[in-house]
Design a protein. Structure first.
Length: 364
């Protein structure tokens, strides 16, 4: 390397390490945030960021990279600027509009993640954020014309839009397990998919992250969202080799509430259901009376400090379900509120999914 190349490589390595620290901290804060702790969360992220984004704009962004790194440099600058927007929005003074600002922060954070993910093969330190443990990343499959990685499909007349993740080492001769992950109210599949990305890449799962037709899911029977997701599943299973014995349903908040409805109504499709921070909606009453879905295990996860759906709702739902013969595992989190379940998916939901044997052939 020339002196200039060596200097650039050193600065790039330093930036990746700082980015990794920021990504981990900011993601952790998104999982922990709840009323009463915002100021502490803001103070924590300030202690991690310090002057990183200012130094980045002053020192790294204007650098002239080696020719071989020019495209990477441009992409990295764009990604870090989106992450910087996410940070600035998150640091907005708390007030009546802060929740909307937080959603904007979240959107910027995800845009930065997508841009950074595209550079993962050239940024090994930063790329470690996208796997559970070192060495878990799938090796890229030789070019064969099959789409892999993140795939975005736009809404049409029959279904809403969705984001699909296909592991980079996917081969049609090895059917994949599939996680259907439902976002919370006012959420988006292309954002919620990130709560599952590390798990999916590391353990070779496909992830289907639908968008609800409206701002949140349709809790009625029959449901427009049910038909929408069924059409998505038809598309995905026609295009990719999905193991029908290992299809799982999970969701957060309104996505969990709708997940109960959809999962019971179409229980034959799923090996297991994992509603997180949701409630058992009255729409399921008739299905429970019929015993629909009794052969589909459920993992219910809820935080003691949930400020949207009090934990008593989850306790009552699990008591009811268990009492009428459903196979329910309840995991109550003493320190959690109502937020994004990154580590919850990795530490609790993923191991539970993997503990389930494939659905028996007669039930598929």
């Amino acid at each position: 390397m020339t002196t200039g190349e060596t200097f650039y490589a050193a600065r790039l390595a330093d930036l990746q390490n700082e980015l990794l620290e920021f990504l981990r901290a900011f993601e952790s804060i998104q999982e922990e945030i709840r009323p009463g702790v915002l100021s502490a969360c803001q103070a924590r992220i300030v202690s991690v960021v310090r002057d990183m984004f200012r130094r980045f704009e002053a020192d790294f962004a204007p650098m002239t990279p080696p020719d071989a790194m020019a495209e990477v440099h441009r992409g990295l600058v764009a990604a870090v600027r989106e992450l910087g927007k996410a940070y600035e929005l998150f640091m907005t003074q708390p007030g009546p509009q802060w929740t909307l600002t937080y959603l904007q922060s979240r959107a910027a954070f995800c845009r930065g993640l997508y841009q950074l993910y595209d550079l993962r093969d050239r940024l090994p330190a930063a790329a470690s954020h996208f796997v559970i443990a070192q060495g878990d990343a799938p090796a890229p499959h030789p070019p064969d014309g099959i789409a892999r990685g993140f795939i975005r499909r736009s809404r049409n007349d029959e279904r809403s839009d969705y984001t699909l993740y296909i592991p980079e080492d996917y081969s049609p001769d090895r059917p994949m397990p599939l996680i259907v992950a439902l976002h919370g109210g006012y959420g988006h599949g292309y954002e919620y998919v990130w709560t599952w990305l590390r798990s999916a890449r590391s353990r070779r799962y496909a992830v289907l992250a639908p968008k609800s037709w409206d701002n949140t899911w349709d809790m009625s029977l029959p449901s427009e969202d049910t038909q929408s997701i069924l059409r998505m599943l038809d598309e995905v299973t026609r295009e990719f080799s999905i193991d029908p014995a290992r299809v799982y349903l999970t969701g957060l908040s309104d996505g969990a509430t709708f997940g109960y409805i959809f999962g019971l109504e179409r229980s034959h499709l799923f090996r297991g259901m994992a509603p997180i921070a949701g409630v058992l909606h009255p729409a399921v009453d008739s299905m429970l009376r019929q015993g629909r879905g009794k052969d589909t295990p459920m993992l219910v996860v809820h935080g003691v400090h949930d400020f949207i759906f009090p934990v008593t709702f989850a306790r009552s739902a699990c008591k009811l379900l268990s009492g009428i013969g459903y196979n329910v595992t309840y995991k109550e989190l003493p320190d959690w509120g109502h937020a994004y379940p990154y580590s919850i998916n990795e530490r609790i939901v993923l191991p539970w999914l993997e503990s389930l044997p494939p659905k028996p052939p007669a039930a598929v």
